[in-house]
Write a protein that binds this ligand. Structure first.
Ligand code: PFF
Length: 461
């Protein structure tokens, strides 16, 4: 095994570029099609407040842990775990945590590419005016047709994978940084354009009320778990992405403020996405929903009814595609960094091989919507359902819990204090309590909450 220090080759050119790259990873499909709806349905402004608490007490401590471990190890997550376990005098088996991250990244990317492919396809459809003046049945049928057409889905999935692999193959500076410098400002501009459009749509007050009215009676214990799960997924935690990106963070960047900035950007985009989307839905008297239904049926229908809808619809789908690509880039980094280090291989070659494996895995997701829709892997989960459940509900929380426990309790305290610039023992203890107890307990709660129905099902409880 070649445990080489690649610290001199790979480094973000500035702290700000790291902020943009990490925000690019964080801002993805989760912000656009999930957050706004779960906020509206689970208490509006009350949910937003709960979510902010979860970001602060669970999300930020876990992200700081990942980034500090990455910067200390200066390698891919697998090698970083080996290096840190050695420094801390712990078992080398902790490297398995790095492996878990690599596998999770693979699984998530395999279906992320398929769904991002739909967004690219919808960019063309909306830009061509396909949905102009269309009725609900037509728009719903268009989405059903896409899902029933494996060839079309594979074509767009392939296009998305090729662009992602091309970017990551070029390396940190020429690939990741260059792409992020283009995509992120473009994403912010597109979002502002949509916000202005929404503001004038006639449904803004209703959209605002849906997202921000303090509906405390709609808040149950479940809202806390949903908020925590969302905080975790949206910040790309638990699979070593932030550890891999952390390995390239300059020595003099302050981790705490940097991570808080990333989390803030992610939250602002999630809220802005809601304020851009819901007024358009309400202005057309449509029902709110989430996920694919919202993105690929409700919104095209709404855009089809509005003046300049084809243009703004196209803006919306480009926005989603950009958000997905900067997340996809980050999903490859743990595996890519590992293989490049381990085999001293060319990044481009490794990227292509990874891309092919991921693409093949993604075919399983494509077929889950048509020819394999009734092929069940476990219980009632078909291939896509299974990969989605396994990666998001089991592997990510498990990884996140172990990462924070390792970072807070097993790493030498002086290492943590040096990385975080902590000098007072009181702050050092406070850090342990938040990152070592509160955050893992929060993740444990989500884990039990999501896995419990599965256990009940499997054992007929
Ligand atoms: N944060 C992304 C989203 O909200 O869509 C998803 C994600 C990307 C999760 C990268 C994990 C990851 F490593």
């Amino acid at each position: 095994m070649a445990l080489k220090d690649n610290s001199s080759q790979n480094r973000w050119s500035s702290r700000w570029l790291f902020v943009l790259a990490a925000a690019g990873s964080a801002v993805g499909l989760g912000n656009i099609w999930k957050f706004p709806y779960i906020a509206g349905e689970n208490g509006g402004g009350a949910f937003v407040l709960i979510y902010l608490v979860c970001i602060a007490l669970v999300g930020i401590p876990i992200m700081i842990s990942e980034v500090l471990m990455g910067r200390e190890g200066r390698s891919s997550p697998i090698h970083t775990m080996r290096i840190l376990a050695k420094k801390a005098g712990r078992s080398q088996r902790w490297a398995l945590l790095g492996w878990l991250g690599v596998m999770t990244g693979f699984l998530i990317l395999s279906y992320y590419a398929v769904i991002a492919g739909w967004a690219i396809n919808y960019f063309w459809l909306t830009a061509n005016g396909t949905f102009d003046g269309a009725g609900g049945d037509f728009v719903a049928q268009a989405f059903t047709d896409l899902q029933a057409d494996p060839m079309r889905m594979v074509a767009y999935q392939t296009a998305f994978m090729v662009v992602t692999i091309w970017i990551v193959g070029r390396g940190v500076t020429a690939g990741l940084e260059r792409a992020i410098q283009w995509f992120m400002p473009a994403l912010f501009i597109l979002l502002v354009v949509l916000l202005i459009y929404s503001f004038n749509s006639g449904g803004f007050a209703q959209g605002w009320a849906f997202m921000f009215d303090l509906k405390w009676d709609a808040v149950g214990p479940e809202a806390w778990l949903i908020a925590m799960g969302q905080a975790f997924f949206t910040l790309s935690l638990g699979m070593g992405t932030m550890m891999a990106y952390g390995a390239y963070v300059p020595e003099d960047a302050r981790l705490s403020t940097t991570v808080v900035t990333i989390a803030l950007l992610d939250t602002v985009v999630a809220i802005a996405a809601g304020l851009a989307i819901f007024p358009i839905v309400f202005a057309n008297g449509l029902e709110v929903s989430q996920g694919p239904g919202l993105t690929f049926v409700t919104l095209p229908l709404a855009f089809g009814q509005m003046p300049f809808g084809a243009f703004f619809g196209a803006v919306f789908f480009i926005l989603i595609s950009f958000a997905a690509i900067t997340s996809a880039i980050s999903l490859t980094e743990p595996a890519l960094a590992y293989l490049t280090e381990e085999y001293n291989a060319k990044r481009q070659r490794v990227a292509i091989s990874l891309g092919v494996v991921c693409w093949v895995l993604g075919l399983g997701t494509v077929f889950s919507f048509n020819i394999w829709s009734d092929v069940f892997v476990v219980g009632e989960l078909n291939f896509f359902g299974f990969v989605d459940y396994l990666s998001q509900n089991i592997m990510l929380p498990l990884g996140g819990m172990l990462i924070t426990i390792f970072a807070a309790w097993l790493l030498p305290r002086d290492m943590i204090n040096r990385q975080l610039g902590i000098s007072s023992p009181a702050v050092s203890w406070a850090w342990r309590i938040v990152a070592g107890i509160l955050a893992p307990l929060g993740v444990l709660a989500i884990f039990i909450y999501t896995v419990w129905p599965l256990i009940q099902n499997l054992f007929n409880l």
